[in-house]
Ligand binder design. Structure first.
Ligand code: TGC
Ligand code: FAD
Length: 388
């Protein structure tokens, strides 16, 4: 009898269009050929593989859902999700790079920028020639961005920005930063070129997670930008939160890839490793764990796909994104930790991927809204009571 695909027990792939399958296969090949051979060493060395950016751009993976008019691929939301899933099957750091560039930097320019800003930045960002970072979180508390201290003051035709941002992905790689700042008119977004006087990025070292990704602090000391650098079409916290909804949507898909990588690894390992005279996989205690992983991956796949279909129909709600981000990252981190355990001692080095994924997912469960934040968003939806 034909065996089911252990990484896709419900044949979720059959629910994809030909075009979506093609996107998945193209990114999957790239990850198999270019990412997997180097990524353990990148993590070990604390190095982001910047040499992969041109190919990621050539494949159309940056700003993939933005229309072709702006040099982008014009794909649908499900395809963007599949891109995230395949990249994170490689490493969460690589998916982070793509999430930030696409959803947190290109999306706000596309959604809140004027035509000149879109033409100036989007084609070069799609080509990977301009890299962006997104500065919302501040050192005193990321979960409550409404309480930001960074502020921008109007001075003639310019804005003068002061403040600090913390834990910023791509910070030291970026040519531009999307900086969110308090103004007399509420929170507004600014496109700040990284070479502007008074702007500095300082890389965060000693990370035990997302080691193949650049994370930085940003400092803005009387940074002066013309009004033309302000994103004119949004004011208030809903500006940055609207970007987060896009990125979080992609993050619901990414950890499915990480979990699949871990499951595949232990399926191979437990069949080959012989203990007590039989393959590890023939023990009930092992099979229960493997079966439970397949169950949780399957549920996450169906959740993200339906979320993507809602998104492409223009019906996706932020609460639905919160539920899926919470569920799918929790699913993946639990699987990665269990897989690490099933590899025994071999599971503690980067020769196997489980520990790398498990450690990466410690960031993924924290960033883009912690697990608790997302649980409280769902609780608020159910009860109508704001418990933050
Ligand atoms: P609240 O009163 O709920 O909302 C303020 C305004 O925003 C609107 N809104 C949203 N709009 C779009 N998408 C969403 N998800 C939205 N959620 C809320 C809302 O309708 C309202 O609009 P209006 O017109 O009425 O003003 O705001 P709150 O202060 O109560 O905050 C709620 C809370 C806690 C959920 C929010 O602050 C939050 O999400 N906190 C977590 C912050 C966070 O996720 N930071 C992430 C930083 S970026 C990052 O981590 C990148 S890592 C990426 C990588 O490397 O891959
Ligand atoms: P805090 O907000 O201080 O939270 C601490 C703890 O308190 C958490 O467990 C939280 O769940 C809990 N908590 C908070 N509020 C409540 C409550 N009301 N009730 C109960 N518990 C609560 N930010 C950006 O802007 N741009 C980026 O590119 C970016 N990249 C990142 C990359 C990495 C690797 C990491 C680790 C973070 C990144 N972040 C980025 C920041 C990230 O979004 C924040 O770390 C996150 O939002 C949490 O903020 P915090 O770290 O200040 O924790």
């Amino acid at each position: 009898a034909a065996r089911l695909n252990p990484l896709d027990l419900y044949d979720v792939r059959s629910l994809l269009t030909d075009e979506e399958r093609m996107v998945q296969d193209t990114v999957g090949r790239f990850v198999d050929e270019k990412v997997l051979p180097i990524i353990g060493d990148c993590f070990d060395q604390g190095r982001f593989p910047a040499e992969l950016v041109p190919e990621i751009a050539n494949l159309g993976l940056l700003g993939a859902t933005i229309p072709e008019k702006y040099g982008c691929a014009g794909m649908n939301g499900v395809s963007y999700g599949l891109i995230c899933q395949e990249l994170e099957r490689g490493d969460s750091g690589l998916r982070s790079f793509a999430s930030v560039q696409s959803s947190l930097c290109m999306y706000p320019i596309y959604a809140y920028g004027n035509e000149e800003q879109k033409m100036q930045y989007l084609p070069k960002m799609a080509a990977g020639e301009i890299i962006g970072c997104f500065g919302l979180t501040e050192p005193h508390g990321g979960s409550d961005p409404a309480n930001m201290k960074t502020h921008a003051k109007k001075d003639g035709g310019d804005w003068v920005i002061n403040g600090a941002k913390m834990w910023i992905t791509n910070g030291n790689l970026a040519h531009i930063a999307i900086v969110w700042a308090q103004t007399d008119d509420g929170i507004q977004g600014f496109i700040v070129p990284a070479d502007t006087k008074g702007f500095t990025a300082q890389e965060v070292h000693k990370k035990m997670s997302l080691r193949a990704s650049v994370t930085s602090a940003l400092f803005l000391d009387n940074v002066r930008v013309p009004d033309a650098q302000r994103l004119p079409n949004v004011k208030g916290l809903k500006g940055p939160l609207g970007c987060l909804t896009q990125a979080r949507y992609g993050i619901t898909w990414g950890p499915i890839g990480a979990a699949q990588a871990c499951l595949k690894e232990v399926l191979d390992y437990t069949q080959e490793r012989v203990l007590f005279g039989r393959p590890l996989a023939s023990n009930q205690a092992i099979q229960l764990k493997l079966a439970d992983m397949a169950r949780r991956i399957t549920m996450a796949q169906l959740l993200s796909l339906q979320l993507g279909r809602l998104k492409d129909a223009g019906k996706m709600e932020p609460t639905q994104v919160s539920l899926a981000k919470w569920n799918n990252v929790r699913m993946a981190i639990d699987i990665a930790r269990d897989c690490r355990d099933m590899l025994g001692g071999a599971g503690i080095t980067v020769e196997h991927s489980a520990i790398r994924h498990a450690l990466n997912l410690e960031s993924v469960i924290t960033y883009e809204g912690t697990e608790t934040v997302h649980q409280l968003v769902v609780g608020r939806e159910l009860t109508g009571i704001n418990a933050f």
